[in-house]
Structures are given as structure tokens and as C-alpha cells.
Design a protein around this ligand. Structure first.
Ligand SMILES: Cc1cc2nc3c(=O)[nH]c(=O)nc-3n(C[C@H](O)[C@H](O)[C@H](O)COP(=O)(O)OP(=O)(O)OC[C@H]3O[C@@H](n4cnc5c(N)ncnc54)[C@H](O)[C@@H]3O)c2cc1C
Length: 437
């Protein structure tokens, strides 16, 4: 059966390579040589559009372990990164030109891979299609995906509040309570502020550095109107936040005293390890988010799993439409991979491309499709995009908070004992998964 891949970015290039390795002929369609998007600057495949880092290479870090899992799966993108590596402490950073030249050469020289410079806006009926067109999918394909899934299941913008680890919140300052004590369980964590603390926070917030919106087209602005960044709201007036996300009403301290302002945090994952700052979608630069949001009492030592972002980002409602094999529930010939599935980041996008290729191979060979267990980092990401809340689905990058829990490891076994256990188990379980390929 014919295999078409849309997009020769990170996920699409990886999937093409993985499929060719398994003996399949692949057509890969890429539009950038005809029409670049606003962040592309070269004609190469697997272009890194922003940072040149594939983040930490330390196994104690979930993304470091994910890269190790990908090495075990013979990832083309990781091989390219090793080839193009530049010194960056514990991170895997690359010379982006050498990196994407390597990927382009491997694809162009592969006899099983046919490359077409073409914009795709239709899905062939009698072929297997892998849609890996990324966060900036062209408009004509966006329309096609929209008609395929319905607009409720295809999002166009990311307006995300920062997500932090629960264990890093100082509960000697923060307290659990729902506004006006509604509900049976105390779901929210509240960070109280007095006037002095608010004034300091407010001044730092309105003067903090923002990132330039990646795509300031008309459509972007239209969507953003309904979803103001917290700093934008603050700039409307000194007290605006006190009537919005920092409203203190109904959130007295446990001793009954009033607060001047309260920041609320809401649970973000099923295992109750991650919390997002409610209403704090933001366009601040990442280091600025850390600096300014750490001024919130109780968040002095907050560990950010994901920073807030506001940019164009096409992604599908994976919890509702995709299965754990990266296949569309309602059309078994269509697979998705990359950032468009709601995994977030270069490494995560690439890794999802490996899994899509594995399952396209299985499908063509009439074998049972497979997915790694959530004890592996790749498996946890796939599990997350399949099982997160479909009503408020937001992209996720690799982190230990979404990997299935190991209980009974005490901090007294050493600061890194838990991470070490997670990493070791992930690699062991990936080894077992590979025997099923
Ligand atoms: C502005 C921006 C900055 C980012 N910065 C970072 C960062 O610094 N670090 C990080 O880890 N992640 C970053 N990301 C997130 C993400 O990791 C990258 O976007 C990553 O490249 C996603 O990989 P992908 O394979 O899913 O998509 P891409 O790498 O974007 O590949 C998709 C490809 O599909 C092509 N395409 C689109 N539509 C069509 C069509 N109709 N027909 C044919 N081809 C088509 C595109 O030209 C593109 O080459 C960023 C995202 C954005 C939008």
C-alpha cells in the first residue's frame, strides 16, 4: 500500500527514515521550497525554527531519557544531532545547518524515499497518510483537517498558562480552598498576597520582557482578543487583575483573614503532580516568567514543567480523535505525528514520528499495532495525549510528572533516587518494547 507523509519536518523526516528501514517505499511531501512559513529560513528538512538545543542529555531529566529511548530506536534525528553537536554543557545542542543538511542528505540519498516539493491539501483515499505538517500547517491543509475532524477537535492557537510541579509549591504559605468553599473537595491551591506583595509583583509584571508574537497576522490577533495574556490585562490598569485572575473574594486565609489578591493553581494531570496557574496565559519570555512568577508567595521555588506560551500552534484534540498507535480513530488509513498531535518540543515531536512509523509498518504487515508502556517517557507522552482532558487539551512536553508513578522511594535515598529509578525503569521497559518491533 502506498504511504504518503505530509511534512518533512522533524516528525515526518524521522518517520520516512524509520519506514524505509523497514523496507517500505515512502512519498514525502514538503511545501517549504515553494512557500516558506514565517519562521523557516532554509530549504532543508528537519529545520530547527527556534532554539538550536534538543535540551538536556542527562538521564535524570525526562527529556534526556527520552533521547536515550530514541537512540535505542535508531532515531535519525538523534543521529543527526550527535553528528552536528556543539558544546552546551549537559544539553544536546547542534549546529542547525549541519544538523538539517545531514537529515536532508539521508532522505535524498535513500532510494525508498521519494521527495515531492508540493503543498498537500487533500488526503488520498487509497493510501496510508501520515500527517506531520507541524504547528504551522498551511491554511489549505488546516481546512482539510478541520473538515476531517470538525473545528472542535482542531485548535489553532496555544494560549497556555505555566505549569509547575506541585511538590515545589510552598504549602506553608499557600493553602487549599475552593472559592466560596464550593464543592466537596478542596481542589485549588491558593497563593495569597498582601498589598505590598501585589504592588511589587504588578510592577515587575508590567515591565517584564515579552517575546515577540511569532505570527502577528490578522487571524492571530482575532483569536487573541478572547484570551488576553496576563501582562496585557495588567497593563489595562493597576487593579484589573484584582477583578480577574487575582480576585481575592471568597478566598479568605484559613485563619479567616482577608487577602489583597490571590493567585489560584489548578490540578493539571491525572496523578495530581502538576498544577497550572489559573488565567496566567502569557507572552513573557521564559526566564522572565520564572523571575516574575516566583515573586508570588508560595511559588518562590516553583519548578516550571512548562512555561506559558501564546503563539500559533495547530494541534488536534488527540484525547478524542487519536488512538495510542497515532492513528485516527475514525479513519484507520490516517496517522498523525509531531507537534500537531499535542506533544510539545523538537524531541517529543520526533519521537512520536517513530511510533507512527512503527504502527504504519505493523498495519501494512497485518500485525497487531503497539505502543510503549507509560513507564517509558515516549509511552507516557502518548498516554498523556490519549488520556488528557479532551475539553481543555493542551500540548505537553516530556517530564517525570506524566510517567507512571513508582511509589515507595524516599527522599532519604538521595535527592536523585526517584529520577534514577524512573529513568532506569523507562530504559528497561523500552528494551522490552523493542523486542516486539
Ligand atoms: C515558532 C515556534 C518556535 C518553536 N521553538 C521551539 C524550540 O525552541 N524548541 C522546541 O523544542 N520546540 C519548539 N517549537 C515546537 C516544535 O518542537 C517545533 O515546531 C517542531 O519543529 C515540531 O516538529 P514537527 O515535525 O511536528 O513539525 P515541523 O518541524 O514544523 O515540520 C512540519 C513540516 O510540514 C510542512 N508542511 C506544513 N503544511 C504542509 C502542507 N500542506 N503540505 C506539505 N508540507 C507541509 C512544513 O513546511 C514543515 O516543514 C516551536 C514551535 C514554533 C511554532
Amino acid at each position: 500500500m502506498k504511504i504518503n507523509i505530509i511534512g518533512a519536518g522533524l516528525a515526518g523526516s524521522e518517520a520516512a527514515y524509520q519506514l524505509s528501514k523497514r523496507g517500505h517505499e515512502v512519498n514525502i511531501y514538503e511545501v517549504k521550497r515553494l512557500k516558506r512559513n514565517p519562521v523557516q529560513v532554509t530549504n532543508n528538512f528537519g529545520e530547527l525554527v527556534c532554539s538550536n538545543s534538543l535540551r538536556s542529555d542527562d538521564l535524570l531529566n525526562a527529556v534526556g531519557t527520552l533521547k536515550e529511548e530514541m537512540r535505542m530506536l535508531d532515531s535519525l534525528i538523534i543521529k543527526a544531532a550527535e553528528f552536528a553537536r556543539v558544546p552546551a554543557g549537559g544539553s544536546l545542542a547542534v549546529d542547525r545547518e549541519i544538523f538539517s543538511n545531514y537529515i536532508t542528505k539521508v532522505l535524498e540519498e535513500n532510494e525508498l524515499i521519494n521527495i515531492f516539493d508540493q503543498e498537500i491539501d487533500e488526503i488520498e483515499k487509497d493510501a496510508i497518510t501520515l500527517i506531520a505538517s507541524g504547528p504551522l500547517t498551511t491554511e489549505s491543509l488546516q481546512n482539510k483537517i478541520n473538515s476531517l475532524l470538525g473545528s472542535d477537535d482542531f485548535y489553532f492557537f496555544d494560549a497556555v498558562a505555566p505549569i509547575i510541579k506541585k511538590e515545589s509549591i510552598n504549602m506553608e504559605i499557600a493553602f487549599r480552598k475552593n472559592r466560596y468553599e464550593k464543592g466537596e473537595t478542596e481542589d485549588y491551591i491558593n497563593c495569597p498576597m498582601n498589598k505590598e506583595q501585589y504592588d511589587l509583583f504588578y510592577n515587575e509584571l508590567i515591565n517584564a520582557e515579552t517575546s515577540i508574537a511569532h505570527l502577528e497576522d490578522d487571524q492571530t490577533l482575532k483569536y487573541f482578543e478572547g484570551c488576553m495574556p496576563v501582562e496585557g490585562m495588567a497593563k489595562r490598569g493597576e487593579k484589573t487583575l484584582l477583578f480577574g485572575p487575582m480576585k481575592p473574594q471568597g478566598l479568605r486565609n484559613l485563619d479567616g483573614t482577608n487577602n489583597y489578591a490571590v493567585v489560584q493553581l489548578r490540578q493539571d494531570d491525572a496523578i495530581d503532580s502538576l498544577y497550572n496557574i489559573v488565567g496566567f496565559q502569557t507572552n513573557l519570555k521564559w526566564p522572565e516568567q520564572k523571575r516574575v512568577f516566583s515573586l508570588i508567595p508560595g511559588l518562590e521555588n516553583a519548578e516550571f514543567v512548562r512555561y506559558g506560551v501564546m503563539h500559533k500552534n495547530n494541534f488536534i484534540n488527540s484525547p478524542r480523535v487519536l488512538n495510542e498507535f497515532m492513528q485516527l480513530e475514525k479513519n484507520e488509513n490516517i496517522f498523525f505525528a509531531g507537534q500537531i498531535t499535542g506533544v510539545e518540543g523538537y524531541v517529543e515531536s520526533t519521537a512520536s514520528g517513530i511510533l507512527a512509523a512503527i504502527n504504519i509498518d505493523k498495519k501494512i504487515k497485518n500485525k497487531e499495532m503497539i505502543s510503549p508502556p507509560p513507564s517509558t517517557v515516549l509511552g507516557s507522552l502518548i498516554h498523556y495525549i490519549n488520556n488528557a482532558s479532551a475539553t481543555n487539551f493542551q500540548p505537553m512536553k516530556a517530564n517525570w510528572g506524566i510517567v507512571s508513578e513508582i511509589s515507595g522511594i524516599d527522599k532519604k535515598n538521595g535527592k536523585n533516587a526517584k529520577k534514577e529509578a524512573y529513568s532506569n525503569r523507562a530504559l528497561e521497559d523500552m528494551k522490552k518494547f523493542i523486542t516486539k518491533l
